[in-house]
Design a protein. Structure first.
Lengths: 337, 337
DNA sequence: TTGTAGGCGTTATCAC
DNA sequence: GTGATAACGCCTACAA
């Protein structure tokens, strides 16, 4: 339980003042090469590492970047987080993860963060805070980037979810489907903002463009976690006239549908086509047709934008739009004759 | 960019000394109910939240727990991390994630952590630091728990990987297999300690008990990431007399084998049986026969043990052994006639 | 170029 | 009970 050496120890050993040590540490201003050498030697000798906390108290910065995520259980969130981590590991910042699974915890966490001295920068992933909370964050002046969430006041990286929904529906329409359903998240569960809802809007729009309607009876929400999606899909498939194709708000929900179909003995894509959303890794493994969005990339870009914004002060928010893309695999085909 | 109120502001507003405010904050000793009320009111009035950093500098604690993980890309690691998070979110500690993908970064991170004031507690996941690094950590006195890693000096939660390997092999032997192969990690990649290697030992042991040998020609390592596993498996399957069953060091590698079999037109389990290890979520989806170990649970237990250890000082290290279990699904069956 | 001292926001140790 | 005040370890003017 030895105590770590302080800057004072280094100064003493190198026969210099603490100021000088601090200077070589932060290579600010000019330090005589000779003394710099002495200091460096002392640092090595003592195996000295500066105290992050003390430095933080003094500079007002923490050396940490916070990432607020909902549901670490969702593969899409994890992939985004991985992108964030990849970018941050190139920097000197620590990555502090705030997982938020309930409204209450979201409030607690954001209030904490709004203190302004907990983290130097903030990434909010797939989560739309309330206006008041956002205002608090703006007020602190903490550089913040949103990933998979929209707000004019912040830099953000997003995709066009309406377009994604359209791509999915068009694909099915081209295959000849007419009875197309949608299974997505419960909007309220995602704290107001809901990509899932936008995807549904896209589906509806594509159908309308084809002279069809997205039947209310074919739309179901509340699809997380997968087990719930499976149950809901089973209901959908048990209809007298079930849809011949289902677009899902996420790949995880698509897996639930896939399972429901298997249990009901409905062949995919023979009698039912399924299109997911996200293209998480497992989608590839299972041959799921889906709408791909660059998940890892979104996290990486978000983190990079944040790091930049933290260097240069006060830049106007930018909006980065990543592309979605249809990936046809084995769960979509022509409707049954 | 307003400045956050300090304890001094609260003290002034409540007409008390900072000491008193600090006391009600940490409800240490007794404070007169009346003054306590005044202080509380001032706190609310100013929307005051104590500075974590300042408190940290003063108390020597950070309010953060560090988790060192290798390869955030591995599903098994992510599931364990999720368990850690679940336990920690019940506490007041922040979760700082240190992802370590290279030898160098491991050194950097552990050196940083060895400073002793970066985090209050440490969880090391699926990663075996070098003896010297461990010694540094012991010296700092930071409460530390190992998950999926072994060392007498630390509390740890582990499974019996040799047993796991045995279970896998016995299952295949009982099905009638005689030509059994093993595909696992490259031991060096995991920084010396290698669960994968222990699993292989288990397989070899089970074969020997049945009067067989694990043929060197049937053993391949270097199976991460999955694409590599696929390629290696393809070699194995291209042998003149290929194995009729392959035990894998992880589910991810098993997926690679599965893919190789598919590409080679080899039916599973008709002509090839595959057993994975871990039982990550996707294993269920793909019907992979595997050895289950409680991943999320391991993280949760580790975090709980750490929290306890941080309360009570100086307890001797304990070793928690979680159970492994064979889960038979659709990728294992009798060998071809 | 370099040393000294004040300050960052708390907690904890004193007297009162 | 409560109010000063000295740490905590560092950074950064300010002086020298």
């Amino acid at each position: 339980m030895k105590v770590a050496p302080t800057i004072r120890d280094v100064a003493r050993l190198a026969s210099v003042g603490v100021g000088t040590v601090s200077r070589v540490l932060n290579d600010s201003v000019r330090v005589d090469p000779a003394t710099r050498e002495r200091v460096l030697a002392a640092i090595v000798e003592l195996d000295y590492v500066p105290s992050a906390i003390a430095r933080g108290l003094s500079t007002g910065r923490t050396g940490a970047i916070g990432v607020v995520v909902p549901f670490l259980t969702r593969p899409s969130v994890v992939e985004r987080l991985r992108g964030v981590e990849a970018a941050l590991s190139q920097s000197a910042y620590d990555l502090v993860v705030f997982n938020v699974e309930t409204e209450e915890r979201r409030k607690t966490v954001l209030r904490l963060l709004a203190r302004g001295d907990r983290v130097d920068g903030l990434i909010i992933l797939s989560l739309s805070p309330h206006p008041g909370e956002l205002a608090d964050i703006v007020r602190t002046g903490i550089p913040t980037v949103l990933v998979d969430a929209h707000h004019r006041a912040f830099s953000r990286v997003v995709v066009d979810d309406v377009l994604g929904g359209q791509l999915a529906a068009r694909h099915l329409l081209e295959l000849g489907h007419r009875r197309i359903g949608f299974l997505g998240d419960d909007p309220q569960e995602r704290f107001k903002f809901s990509p899932s809802r936008l995807r549904r809007v896209g589906v509806a729009r594509a159908l309308r463009a084809a002279g069809l309607e997205l039947q209310p009876g074919y739309v179901r929400t509340g699809g997380f976690p997968r087990e719930t999606a499976r149950r809901i899909a089973a209901e959908l498939l048990a209809l007298a006239l079930p849809p011949t194709a289902i677009v899902c708000g996420s790949d995880v929900e698509a897996l639930g549908v896939l399972e429901a179909a298997r249990q009901a003995g409905i062949s995919v894509p023979g009698r039912l086509s399924i299109v997911g959303y996200d293209d998480i890794e497992i989608a590839h493994d299972l041959g799921l047709t889906t709408i791909r969005q660059p998940l890892v990339e979104s996290g990486r870009r978000g983190a990079e934008m944040l790091l930049e914004a933290m260097d240069v002060a006060e830049r106007p928010p930018v909006r980065v739009l990543l592309q979605v893309e249809l990936v046809v695999r084995a769960t979509s085909g022509p409707p049954p004759a």
